[in-house]
Design a protein around this ligand. Structure first.
Ligand code: NAD
Length: 497
């Protein structure tokens, strides 16, 4: 299917496509080819003000819609996503390099499923009642927070948008959403499709585009925003939290990771080899926040594990994203590619042994894009920068361990706390280690499974708050408790005589 992108994408405010007042544009390129795809506009403070005002105006009616009505809206959005699956997948692949197999079969279907899931969740929502005694009860009801500012990274542009949009809208909020400047097109096109299908009242979803520094900062500091939700880097998280604290509003933080993927000697090695590669996130070039990029391998199986993982990674088909054969695409941008390559140099300088890859791919036609070889470092020490810092590329650090205690200590010796994997046939050990690791999520004998009804989120510098589960609706709700006393007489606390 040929992409039919606009030459320049405007902002989507109050159900209309409007120009940004700055008159500035930003180019969006295709990392598989280095070619410019199109341009987006740079929204500034004035544009954010317009978008927030539109969202506030829409809130008056939207927050009065019933759960049945909102279920209906969400299901219609899911239908639009499903109907345009391949079109949206192709845009995601073009703008950020996600292989077609991932964008068509995971990214877009996952987003549709999210809208369906939250459509169901909001129907099941009942609030709760506390019975205090014969005279007193308290009912707790859910109310929307108001206008939500949603900030999206480039690595899963549609599914992470769905992670935030679906629960925010289900809870009765209106939104101003800002995609990353590297991958804004799929969201803009999705909103165009929703608009053309006439699904939502105007102002319920508003899309602003631009850099984090200008557009993102204006959105997060706007006094009309009632809730912020960011998925992004720790640096962006600090800035967003600073603004949230000034306005005393809640914020959900889904930040970076450097997750441990732990392989005990008794694990099923066939599954483990696959799990190490799945954990590395090659299906999205390692640009996966929960990627298990620190593979801890017990000494007894270390050599065989390294050989087998490298053998599979060496055969991986790296190529243009929108190609059925491709198993790993390009890095999102030149800048990110250079960051990945610079970490590879850091790893070598730190004394880690480069076992596989390590270079930019320069064979035509891939030389025009931002392709990096699948890379494996062995003899890595957990204290090295390549093991401590998020690289966000296809770079696996393999670290040898001997005992359970040692590996728990090393797994926890990191600023992040997003995901983790534990591979063993010993159920007692699997649970013991899972409980000892400080992360938001642990997968046992699998990795990176994210169904809609299982919470996702982190602790430590990976952030706080949860998405991808009905508890995400709580992140977008004010719980109001109404305390009712039915006694006829005064308590007698302050007698008149
Ligand atoms: P980024 O922090 O550079 O940008 C994320 C978004 O925040 C973008 O839309 C950006 O424009 C915006 N932004 C940046 N600075 C801002 C500011 N000062 N104020 C407001 N907005 C600002 O991150 P990225 O490079 O797009 O994405 C990669 C990062 O996201 C990685 O660290 C990755 O681990 C993380 N991530 C986390 C999860 C999760 O669920 N925990 C999921 C995906 C990605």
């Amino acid at each position: 299917m040929a992409l039919t992108l606009k030459n320049v994408y405007q902002l989507y405010i109050n159900g209309e496509w409007v120009n940004a007042s700055s008159g500035k544009t930003i180019e969006v390129d295709n990392p598989s080819t280095g070619e410019v795809l199109t341009k987006i506009q740079e929204a500034n403070k004035d544009d954010i003000d317009r978008a927030v005002t539109a969202a506030q105006a829409a809130l008056t009616e939207w927050c009065q819609t019933t759960p049945v009505e909102r279920q209906d809206y969400l299901l219609k959005i899911a239908e639009v996503i499903e109907k345009n699956n391949d079109y949206l997948a192709e845009i995601v692949s073009a703008e950020m390099g996600m292989p077609a197999s991932t964008s068509s079969f995971l990214e877009i279907p996952g987003a549709a499923d999210h809208f369906k899931y939250f459509a169901g969740c909001i129907r099941a929502e009942e609030g709760f009642v506390a019975t205090i005694d014969a005279n007193d009860i308290a009912i707790t009801i859910r109310e929307p927070l108001g206008v939500c500012g949603l900030i999206i990274p480039w690595n899963f542009p549609i599914s992470i948008s769905a992670w935030k949009l679906a629960p925010a809208l289900a809870a009765g909020n209106t939104v101003v959403i800002k995609p990353s400047s590297h991958s804004p097109l799929s969201l803009l096109e999705l909103v165009r499709l929703i608009d053309e299908a006439g699904i939502l009242p105007r102002g319920v979803i508003n899309v602003v585009t631009g850099s984090g520094k200008v557009c993102g900062a204006a959105l997060t500091s706007h006094p009309g925003i009632d809730k912020l939700s960011l998925t992004g880097s720790v640096e962006a998280g600090k800035n967003v939290l600073r603004e949230a604290s000034c306005n005393i509003i809640p914020a959900t933080m889904e930040l970076g990771g450097k997750s441990p993927n732990i392989f005990f000697a008794d694990c099923d090695l066939d599954k483990a080899v696959e799990g190490a590669i799945l954990g590395l996130g090659v299906h999205n070039q390692g640009e996966v926040c929960s990627a298990g990029t620190r593979a801890f391998v017990q000494a007894e199986i270390y050599d065989e594990f390294v050989e087998r993982v490298c053998k599979v990674l060496a055969k991986l088909k790296v190529g243009p994203a929108w190609n059925d054969e491709t198993e790993m695409g390009p890095i999102v941008s030149k800048e990110q590619m250079e960051k990945v390559l610079s970490y590879i140099e850091i790893g070598k300088a730190e004394g880690a042994r480069l076992k596989l890859g390590g270079k930019r791919i320069t064979t035509p036609p891939l030389d025009k894009g931002y392709f990096v070889e699948p890379t494996v470092f062995v003899d890595v020490k957990n204290s090295m920068r390549i093991a401590q810092e998020e690289i966000f590329g296809p770079v696996l650090c393999i670290i040898k361990f001997v005992s359970e205690e040692e590996v728990i200590q090393m797994a926890n010796d990191n600023d992040y706390g997003l995901g983790a994997g534990v591979w063993t046939r010993d159920i007692n050990r699997a649970l013991r280690v899972s409980r000892a690791i400080r992360t938001g999520k642990v997968w046992i004998n699998t990795y990176d499974q994210v169904p809609a009804n299982v919470p996702f989120g982190g602790c430590k510098k990976s952030g706080f708050g949860r998405e991808v589960h009905k508890m995400a609706i709580d992140e977008y709700s004010n719980f109001k408790t109404i305390y009712i006393h039915t006694g006829e007489k005064p308590y007698g606390f302050y007698p008149e005589s």
